[in-house]
Design a protein around this ligand. Structure first.
Ligand code: UDP
Length: 309
């Protein structure tokens, strides 16, 4: 296939680019590099089947030639990034998704959108099933991301219903691994960089909030299965093992053999108190489940951060 990936120079996008090239596809990567980086796709730039185009997909997209599949992964995706780029975040989720769907229609391509566990907001149901409609504050600081992704899901299904495009929606829960930016502000990159520098690990709130962390290789496998499936309803992908942030910080201190302590800082507004995916749908329909244990995934990520220092 000839596959277009928006946000292809980002954390998840760059892993997808590499994986799809390895599988023999042609990849066109679009990225405006506001949070992505050419370093993530450095090894691919000279590959004959890889094309990089610097472009903001919130503006009209023009790509020559055949496109068989569009993967729409462009968006700031960490709370710090979408606080820094609130309008870009809203635009890429809404206008950007509309442009990608228009392109999919024109090229008769299939379409997959990267949605998020954030569409469940600060969830009142636990774990979160795809049937849950969520608890989102539309006007809070995280609303720019949550609502843009909720709109993205709505317009994706509208194009599916009206224009009969074969669309897929993946709701991605917290994912980590090599190629995350050291300063992207999320818990794992922050804690690893702080631990490697023997600086205090910044725990927001009391550290009793939970997340469930999925290693990037597991996530990429799930996305590939979804691409190759006939499924059009949303599918949660993530790791179902839940951990408190304080325990995560302690684990990272132990694995890095760091002298760091922890410090407690203010909890960001609307920070979800708990999050864990119900992955029964992915298990049943995609025969997918995560394999990489947190400890192994963290070791790989720590090695990447050490080398990138
Ligand atoms: N967090 C933290 N210290 C940090 C960064 C994040 O305690 O230096 C917390 C944050 O408040 C949240 C959790 O870690 O409860 C996960 O945050 P992250 O930014 O990784 O992603 P989120 O799941 O909130 O989108």
């Amino acid at each position: 296939m000839r596959i277009l990936i928006t946000g292809g120079a980002g954390f998840i996008g760059s892993h997808l680019c590499r994986r799809l090239i390895l599988e023999g596809h042609k990849v066109v990567c679009l990225d405006n590099l506001i949070t992505g980086s050419k370093n993530n796709i450095g090894g691919l730039l000279k590959h004959k089947d890889f094309t990089f185009i610097k472009h903001d997909v919130s503006k009209h997209i023009n790509v020559k030639g055949r496109i068989d599949f569009i993967l729409h992964f462009a968006s700031p995706a960490s709370p710090v990034d979408y606080l820094n780029f609130p309008i870009q975040t809203l635009k890429v989720g809404s206008l950007g998704t509309h442009n990608c769907l228009g392109l999919a229609r024109k090229k008769k391509a299939k379409f997959l959108i990267a949605s998020t566990s954030e569409i469940y907001g600060d969830p009142l149901e636990h774990p979160q099933k795809e049937e849950y409609w969520g608890n989102v504050n539309p006007i809070g600081p995280r609303g720019v991301y949550d609502e843009a992704k909720r709109f993205a899901e709505a317009i994706t299904l509208a194009y599916h219903r009206v224009h009969k495009i074969d669309t897929k929606i993946v709701r991605i829960f917290n994912t980590y691994g090599p190629a995350m930016r050291k300063n992207d502000g999320r818990a794992i990159p922050n804690f690893i960089s702080q631990a490697l520098a023997d600086k205090p690990l910044t725990i927001y709130g009391g550290g009793k909030q939970t997340r469930s962390f999925c290693y990037i290789d597991d996530l990429v496998k799930g996305i590939l299965r979804l691409m190759n499936s006939k499924i059009n309803i949303p599918v949660n992908l993530g790791n179902a093992k839940e951990i408190t942030l304080i325990d995560l910080a302690k684990k990272i201190i132990a694995l890095t053999q760091s002298k760091s302590k922890v410090v407690f800082e203010l909890l960001p507004v609307d920070d979800p108190k708990k999050r864990r995916p119900d992955i029964s749908r992915a298990r049943k329909l995609l025969r997918w489940q995560p394999k990489v244990e947190l400890e192994q995934g963290l070791k790989n990520t720590i090695a990447y951060f050490k080398a990138a220092r």
